[in-house]
Design a protein around this ligand. Structure first.
Ligand SMILES: [Zn+2]
Ligand SMILES: [Zn+2]
Ligand SMILES: [Zn+2]
Length: 735
C-alpha cells in the first residue's frame, strides 16, 4: 500500500510556514499528531504545540495523522488544501494508475481475447462446439476490463490535473508523476484500441448517415402483421431500432440481427406465418447491411480534418462523481476515442482525433455523445485565464483578519463545496456593501458571485468561537427542561402554569435538538456542529433560503436543527379572535396580536385555490423535515385575518417559527385572560367566592402585564389590553 500522507518534499506555496496546532508526547523527536486521541499516541502526558507547517514539521508527522488527520480547522484554506492532497487526494491519485499492476490483464489474456472477438462477440451459429461459449464470455470480460482500466486511469489523471491546476505551485513537483500517468493512460488506450475494428466504426457511420429506406409494406409475407399501414409502421420501428443499435456500437452491423424478433410480437402462435416473417425480416436486415457496407466501401479511406472531442463527465445531479466516462458514452464513441486519439489532454478532457473523413463528418454533425468541433494540427494552447487564480489561498476564508479578506469568487466556493467538509459548513456569514451581513448557504453565495456580487466570507459554523458556543452547549445539556417528553405530555396544562405552551418556544427547540443528538451514535463533534448551525440559522429572516436543494442527501440544515427552528404544532389564536356569542363559550376576547403578529408560518401551500391542502414540513404528506424555497411564508396576522385556508387535518397545515421568550410570555398572558373570560361566560357552573377572588387577583396582575422589554407595547395594543382586563374585572364583580 503506497503512502498517501503529506510528502515532506511537497511545495506548500502560500501555506509554507502557516502555524498549525499539533499534539505530541514529551521529547524532542516525538511524532506530531493532529488529534489528541490518535491511537498511536500512547501516553497521557501530551503537549500541545504550535508549529510552522514546513518540511521539518511534515517529516515529524505521525503516519496515520499524516494521511487522515485534520491539521487545520475546517473552513480554512489550509484545510481544503490538505484535504486535496492527503487521504484520497492528489498523493493517492499520483500513486495509482501510473504503471501496470497485478489487477491489469496480462498480455496473453489480451491477445487471446482480441483474437477470439475478431469475427464477433458470440460463437458462429453453425458452430456445434459448446466449449466456445465460456471462451467468448471470458474474452468479452477481458475487453470490458481493458476499457474500464483505461477509463479509470484517465479519470484519475483528470482528477490529479484538476488539483494541480487549482494549486499551480505544485506543478513542477508533480510533473514527472503526471507525465508517467499520461503515458500509462495512452498505453491503456492503445490496448483498448486493439479490440476496435476501424471497418466496423466506418460501417456504423454509414448506417448513421443512411436516410430511411423503402420498406416492403405491401409484401404479402408480412400481411399477417396487419394492413399495409401497420406493416409499414412495424418495419419502420425495426429499421429505427436497428439503425440506432448499429450506429452506436463498435460491432459490425451483421451482429444486430436478433432485433428481428421484435416482428414476432402478436403472431407468436401462428408458427408458419411467423417463421416466414422472421425469414423475410432477416433478409431485410441483410439488405440494409449490404447497402451500408457498399456505402462504407465507396467512401475513400482519406483522413479528414482533425477533430477536437470533449469527453463528458459522468456526474450525479449533485455534481458528485458517479462513474468513469466509459459509462456515459456509447461503444461507438469509445471505439472512436480508442482508435483515433493522437493527442490527449485529460486535464481539459479534450482529445485530438485523426479520423477518416466520413467519421469526422458524423462527429461534427453531432452524431455522438462527445462534444466535437473542428481541430487543428495540435491541441489548442490552454487559455490565459489560469484556474490558479481561483485557488483557495489564505486570506479568503476565516484564516486572516477580516479587514484583510479578499473578495470570494465562484471558483473559491466551488473548491469549498468540493472539499469533504460537513454539510453544516455550507452555511456562511458573508458581508457585502450591497446586502450587509447575511447568513447564506455557500451555493447561494456562489450563484451571486457568478452574477457579479462582490463580498467577503466572514465565517462558517466551525469558525464561531468556542467561548460562546461551549457555555451554551453546557447550559442546554444541564437544563431541567431539557426533556422534551415532559414538555410534550404537559402541553395541555392550564395557561396559569409556567409550562403552558412551552412546546412552541425556542427553549424547547433547543431541548429537542439536545435530546435528539444525545443518542450515542452522534459524536460530540456532531452535536457541536448542529448547535453552531442553529446559532447561524436562527436569526435568518426567511428560512426558505437555507436549504440547498441541490444537495438533497446532504442537507445544509440537519433535521434536528429544523426541529429547533420550527415548532411541530400550530398556534392557538383564539384569544386574538373577536368575541362572538354564536361560538362555543363566546369566541375570543379580541386581544391584540402585538409581538405575535410577525410570527412566521411556513406551509407547503397557503393558497386555498390550488389543488391539495397546505402541510407542515413535519407532515408525512410533505417531503422531509425542513422548509424549501417552494414553501409559502405567512405570518400569524395572516392566519388571524383569514378563515379560508385549506389545511391538512393531520398536521394542521403549517409549522410556526418557534416563539421567543417575550412572544411566549405574551402568548401565555393572552391565554390566561381568555381562560378567565371563558370561566366568567360559562352559564352552567358559577364560580364560587374563592374562585372569584383568585380571578380578581390574577386580573390585577395581568393588568400590569407587559413584555420583557417594552417594545411593541405602547399605544393601541397596550390600551386594548387594559380595556379587556377592565371589562373582565367588571364582569367578575357582577358575579
Ligand atoms: Zn497520530
Ligand atoms: Zn399535512
Ligand atoms: Zn394531509
Amino acid at each position: 500500500m503506497p503512502d498517501f500522507a503529506l510528502p515532506a518534499d511537497i511545495p506548500l506555496g502560500p501555506f509554507e510556514g502557516t502555524q498549525i496546532n499539533v499534539h505530541a508526547a514529551k521529547g524532542k523527536s516525538a511524532r506530531l499528531h493532529a488529534d489528541r486521541s490518535c491511537s498511536s499516541l500512547r501516553t497521557k502526558d501530551i503537549r500541545s504545540l504550535t508549529l510552522p507547517l514546513n518540511a521539518e514539521t511534515i517529516g515529524r508527522m505521525c503516519r496515520h495523522c499524516g494521511v487522515w488527520g485534520r491539521w487545520a480547522r475546517p473552513g480554512t484554506a489550509l484545510n481544503v488544501f490538505l484535504q486535496a492532497i492527503t487521504g484520497m487526494g492528489l498523493c493517492y491519485e499520483l500513486a495509482i494508475y501510473s504503471a501496470p499492476d497485478d489487477e491489469e490483464c496480462t498480455e496473453e489474456d489480451v491477445s487471446r481475447a482480441v483474437l477470439r472477438l475478431r469475427e464477433g462477440d458470440y460463437p458462429p451459429e453453425e458452430s456445434e462446439n459448446e466449449d466456445l461459449w465460456p471462451e467468448f464470455g471470458e474474452a468479452r470480460s477481458t475487453r470490458e476490463a481493458v476499457f474500464q482500466r483505461w477509463a479509470s486511469a484517465a479519470e484519475s489523471l483528470h482528477r490529479a490535473l484538476t488539483t494541480v491546476r487549482q494549486y499551480p505551485w505544485l506543478e513542477p513537483w508533480a510533473r514527472p508523476m503526471l507525465a508517467q500517468k499520461s503515458e500509462y493512460v495512452e498505453a491503456s488506450r492503445e490496448t483498448a484500441a486493439r479490440f476496435c475494428r476501424p471497418e466496423a466504426l466506418k460501417v456504423a457511420t454509414a448506417v448513421f448517415q443512411t436516410p430511411d429506406p423503402e420498406l416492403p409494406a405491401e409484401d404479402p409475407d408480412f400481411s399477417v402483421l396487419g394492413d399495409a399501414t401497420t406493416v409499414r409502421s412495424r418495419l419502420h420501428r425495426l429499421w429505427l431500432r436497428w439503425k440506432e443499435s448499429v450506429a452506436s456500437d463498435w460491432l459490425t452491423p451483421d451482429q444486430h440481427s436478433l432485433l428481428i424478433y421484435d416482428l414476432e410480437r402478436g403472431i407468436e402462435r401462428k408458427r408458419k406465418k411467423r417463421d416466414l416473417v422472421l425469414t423475410r425480416g432477416e433478409e431485410l436486415i441483410s439488405e440494409w447491411v449490404a447497402q451500408a457496407q457498399a456505402k462504407a466501401d465507396a467512401h475513400p479511406d482519406l483522413m479528414g480534418q482533425p477533430v477536437l472531442a470533449r469527453v463528458p463527465k459522468s456526474e450525479t445531479d449533485e455534481g458528485r462523481h458517479r462513474g468513469d466516462f466509459d459509462e456515459s458514452v456509447t461503444h461507438w464513441d469509445l471505439g472512436v476515442l480508442a482508435t483515433y486519439t493522437v493527442e490527449a489532454d485529460w486535464g481539459r478532457r479534450t482529445m485530438l482525433l485523426r479520423v477518416p473523413a466520413a467519421i469526422g463528418e458524423r462527429l461534427l454533425a453531432g452524431g455522438s455523445t462527445l462534444d466535437c468541433e473542428p481541430g487543428d494540427d495540435g491541441l489548442p494552447a490552454p487559455s490565459d485565464t489560469r484556474e490558479g487564480d481561483g485557488s483557495l489561498t489564505p486570506g479568503i476564508l476565516d484564516d486572516a483578519p477580516v479587514a484583510e479578506r479578499r473578495p470570494i469568487t465562484a471558483a473559491h466556493l466551488r473548491a469549498l463545496r468540493a472539499a469533504d467538509t460537513p454539510a453544516t459548513e455550507q452555511l456562511a456569514i458573508v458581508f457585502s456593501a450591497e446586502n450587509g451581513v447575511e447568513v447564506l448557504p455557500v451555493s447561494v453565495v456562489e450563484k451571486r458571485c457568478e452574477t457579479g456580487w462582490r463580498g467577503v466570507f466572514i465565517a462558517a459554523a466551525s469558525d464561531l468561537p468556542a467561548s460562546v458556543i461551549d457555555p451554551w452547549t453546557q447550559r442546554i445539556a444541564e437544563k431541567d427542561h431539557a426533556d422534551p417528553e415532559r414538555v410534550w405530555t404537559h402541553r395541555h396544562r392550564s395557561p396559569r402554569d409556567q409550562g403552558f405552551a412551552q412546546h412552541l418556544g425556542v427553549a424547547t427547540g433547543e431541548a429537542w435538538l439536545q435530546a435528539s443528538l444525545s443518542a450515542p451514535y452522534h459524536s460530540a463533534a456532531e452535536r457541536d456542529r448542529a448547535l453552531r448551525c442553529l446559532a447561524l440559522a436562527r436569526n435568518v429572516d426567511d428560512l426558505r433560503i437555507l436549504d440547498d436543494l441541490t444537495a438533497y442527501r446532504n442537507r445544509t440544515i440537519p433535521v434536528a436543527v429544523w426541529n429547533a427552528l420550527l415548532a411541530t404544532e400550530g398556534l392557538d389564536l383564539q384569544p386574538f379572535q373577536q368575541e362572538n356569542e354564536t361560538e362555543f363559550l363566546g369566541g375570543g376576547i379580541g386581544a391584540p396580536l402585538s409581538v405575535l403578529a410577525d410570527v412566521q408560518i411556513y406551509t407547503t401551500d397557503a393558497d386555498p385555490a390550488t389543488m391539495g391542502k397546505g402541510h407542515s414540513p413535519y407532515c408525512s404528506h410533505s417531503r422531509g423535515a425542513g422548509v424549501t424555497k417552494y414553501y409559502d411564508l405567512l405570518t400569524a396576522a395572516d392566519l388571524l385575518g383569514n378563515e379560508d385556508f385549506d389545511w391538512c387535518s393531520q398536521c394542521g397545515g403549517y409549522a410556526p417559527r418557534r416563539l421567543t421568550d417575550p412572544q411566549l410570555g405574551y402568548y401565555r398572558a393572552a391565554h390566561r385572560l381568555q381562560a378567565i373570560a371563558q370561566r366568567l361566560r360559562s352559564e352552567h357552573s358559577q364560580p364560587n367566592a374563592q374562585e372569584l377572588a383568585t380571578m380578581r387577583s390574577e386580573l390585577d396582575e395581568l393588568r400590569e402585564w407587559r413584555p420583557g422589554d417594552d417594545t411593541g407595547w405602547r399605544g393601541a395594543a397596550a390600551r386594548r389590553w387594559r380595556a379587556i382586563v377592565r371589562d373582565l374585572v367588571a364582569r367578575a364583580s357582577k358575579r
